[in-house]
Design a protein around this ligand. Structure first.
Ligand code: SF4
Length: 401
């Protein structure tokens, strides 16, 4: 069945055109692209083994995607063995209901950055059910206050220059916050610290999950994930099943390639969480709930991913590490930021949108703004053939499956 796309196309074209004329986006994107290219070039020079490691990771990811059912079973058993509780959510609604079942109502929640959280509209859902939810990632916090969606998968507020951040912070904090980045960061730090230690629940995503051990690897720089998942008494991980790999060693390789192409020699923090906090210090009796969370839950979300894995022409999109590198190279993204996107952005985001976050109605306008120039493939550590998949999506939009 083909799709009537007229309204979606018109709305989307308006948003793209106005983004192209937005001087704040131009200013912020010019700064961000320049900084990414300089830093990543210098980082690759220092860590010259990275492209070879990326080739190895490509193999690990491809095999994992072909074996998701088995890895999921192993990972769930590993989480339970570690005294956590593992859930499988077939779709978005199931994931939200499981999360709400754990959290309940009238709770304070601190949350780390998660594109899956965006896909689920998780914050909105928890707020609608009577909870207070704070985004702890600085960029996400800015967007929470501006009531906007992320414009990049790793740097969600990439389109907001410091002058606009100062405006929104001054209003929210009720005092003058100057357009000085250090002052802006300080204001959020002071506000957020109390939230970490009074929150009932911390929520995070994970960059990669090792099925053999149930280890969740979470890469970050700000220290917000460490606090959000360490201070409250309950930690919930919400993660897509495409993040599964067989072993802990595989997970470390995936993590290194992810942060390297995200422009880091080494990130500020690499969190490895596998269960509730515990101690055996008194008489060697293992007791749960020491300094960190006493309860640990993992929700593995499918929601279109296993279907994507079965499709020969699209399954490689599941290899995406969400490093964000391709977006800085994309000529359309460079002038529109995440307006070239729905929930996920850019060429790879178009494929994700089609399968897990909006369907063909939302993905088709995106597919027709991709230039299929292939610059993303050059940058991508997984060499994902986005232009070929975009071509296939266009065929489906016209002729149906
Ligand atoms: S498609 Fe490739 S470059 Fe883009 S975010 Fe995914 S892994 Fe990174």
């Amino acid at each position: 069945m083909t799709v009537d796309l007229r309204k979606d196309f018109v709305d989307y074209a308006k948003s793209l055109n106005s983004a192209c004329e937005d001087t704040n986006i131009q200013k912020a994107m010019t700064r961000a692209v320049g900084s990414y290219r300089d830093t990543v070039a210098e980082t690759m020079e220092r860590f010259q083994h990275t492209p070879e490691l990326a080739r190895e990771v490509r193999e690990i990811k491809s095999q994992s995607v072909a074996n998701l059912d088995e890895l999921l079973k192993q990972a769930m058993a590993s989480v339970e063995r570690n005294k956590g509780k593992a859930f499988y959510a077939k779709d978005h609604q199931a994931a939200l209901e499981i999360a709400l079942g754990i959290i309940g109502r009238n709770k304070t929640v601190v949350k780390g950055k998660s594109m899956l959280g965006e896909e689920l509209h998780l914050r909105q859902y928890l707020e609608d059910n009577g909870n207070e939810v704070w985004e702890t990632d600085l960029g996400e916090f800015i967007l929470q206050l501006r009531k906007e969606r992320p414009m990049h998968i790793l740097s969600p507020s990439i389109h907001v220059p410091r002058e606009q951040v100062a405006e929104v912070f001054s209003k929210f904090f009720g005092k003058e916050v100057p357009p000085d980045i250090a002052e802006e960061v300080k204001a959020v730090r002071e506000f957020m610290r109390e939230k970490y230690f009074t929150a009932d629940i911390g929520i995070s995503g994970a960059n990669v999950v090792a099925a053999d051990t149930g280890a969740m690897v979470i890469i970050e720089n700000e220290g917000n994930v460490r606090l959000a998942t360490g201070a409250p008494p309950v930690h919930i991980v919400i993660v897509g099943i495409e993040k599964l790999v067989p072993t802990f060693q595989d997970a470390m390789k995936v993590a290194e390639v992810t942060w390297r192409y995200a422009q880091y020699g080494i990130p500020g923090y690499v969190n490895i969480v596998s269960g509730p906090s515990k101690t055996g210090d008194i008489e060697k009796v293992t007791t749960y709930g020491a300094h960190g969370p006493k309860e640990f839950y993992v929700i593995f979300v499918d929601s279109g991913r296993s279907e994507m894995a079965k499709q020969e022409k699209f399954s490689q999109a599941l290899n995406c590490l969400r490093c964000g590198g391709c977006m800085y190279e994309c000529p359309v993204f460079q002038v529109t930021a995440g307006h070239f996107g729905h929930i996920y952005m850019g060429g790879i985001g178009t494929i994700w949108t089609a399968f897990v976050a909006g369907g063909m109605e939302k993905a088709t306008p995106l597919a027709y703004s991709c230039l299929r120039c292939g610059r993303c493939v050059e940058r991508c550590p997984m060499s994902i053939e986005v232009p070929a998949m975009i071509g296939e999506l266009r065929k489906r939009a016209i002729h149906g499956e």
